[in-house]
Ligand binder design. Sequence first.
Ligand SMILES: Nc1nc2c(ncn2[C@@H]2O[C@H](COP(=O)(O)OP(=O)(O)OP(=O)(O)O)[C@@H](O)[C@H]2O)c(=O)[nH]1
Ligand SMILES: [Mg+2]
Length: 380
Amino acid sequence: MNSQPLRALVVRIEGPAESPEQSEEYLDELVFLVHSAGYGVQEVRSYSWRRPDPATFLTKGRVEEIKALLDEKKDNIDFVLVDADLSAVQVRNLEKAWEKPVTDREGLILEIFARNARTAQAKAQVELARLEYELPRLAHRWTHLSRERGGIGLRGGGGEQQLEADRRKLRRQITQLKEKLEAFRRQAEVRRHGRETLPRVALVGYTNVGKSTLMRLITKAPILVADRLFATLDTTTRKVVLNGTPFLLSDTVGFIRLLPPRLLEAFHTTLAEVREADLLLLVVDASSPGYLEQIRTVERTLETIGAAEIPLLIVMNKIDKLTPDQRELLEESWRAQNPYPTVFISAVAKLNLEALYAAIVQLLAEIKKQGRETSSRPLS
Ligand SMILES: Nc1nc2c(ncn2[C@@H]2O[C@H](COP(=O)(O)OP(=O)(O)OP(=O)(O)O)[C@@H](O)[C@H]2O)c(=O)[nH]1
Ligand SMILES: [Mg+2]
């Protein structure tokens, strides 16, 4: 097995109304995604927005420009990542034009998820999403391969009959996985009902903001913390007692902008802990310039999964990365615009944790008293 990571040419298309700061930030995040999938970034091309060409997504001129670049760097680039939702036909045409494997955003995030899934349930969820992603793409010369083959690679042409057999096999696997996931769902439901009496608190937020760090800090459980995107894919739940108040705390998968809907759907069962929580701790990386947009992404995702009505405590984390002036400015501007319960903390530098704990306990007491009517949402 070759230990050197596969190297990508990363192609990004700026959104029609993107600011230069946003473009830079989205590109950084994209590069972080590629690294989180275990690949290297060899070259990056950012293009301004154009109406997608149905055949190749990119304009003819850009396809040719990238072909020239690939010819020049032939041996240093193993595949091309186009940060978009490509159709099966677009992938096929681009691979033909470039003579390199091509993957899109969903394919990349699927690989990260596949790498990070630990429990049988998370693995089955990722596998289902992957098979559904691959089904319409089976007819390709180059394709995204399963993990056994170490990611992106070449696939031999198999003929129509073989293709039909492959499709049937995939559909069978998909049906089996769905049955398996339904069994997991029922088990989880039984488990949750078995401990109905304790209030439930769930950590939610953008990926890499420090949810698992907080989980580890509060529960003392040996939870994985890592500086990569989507380190956590499973839900962990622990009983905690804070200032005499017992509750269940859950840590689960993080969100990201343009998260493929299929993946969110695949994680329906994992996200049940979020849907059924009494209180959500919305963890934010306050040191990220895009934190407001990240909060909006999280809110939209919460809506999609049916958790929009649950009371929130905003946990502005990583304030150790801000200067005292920046901290003050952030806190002032946030509080001026948002009446929502918010604490400013650092999970790593252990700043303000008492305020966080007190806020959780107080909100749980209020929720208990008033039911879910206390719901208060930021930035609606
Ligand atoms: N400077 C600083 N770094 C932090 C803080 N909290 C977490 N981190 C770092 O941020 C990175 C991500 O932390 P995690 O706890 O794994 O984040 P997460 O939200 O669980 O991320 P995913 O599970 O990947 O979605 C790690 O490198 C942490 O050490 C903090 O308060 N300050
Ligand atoms: Mg995590």
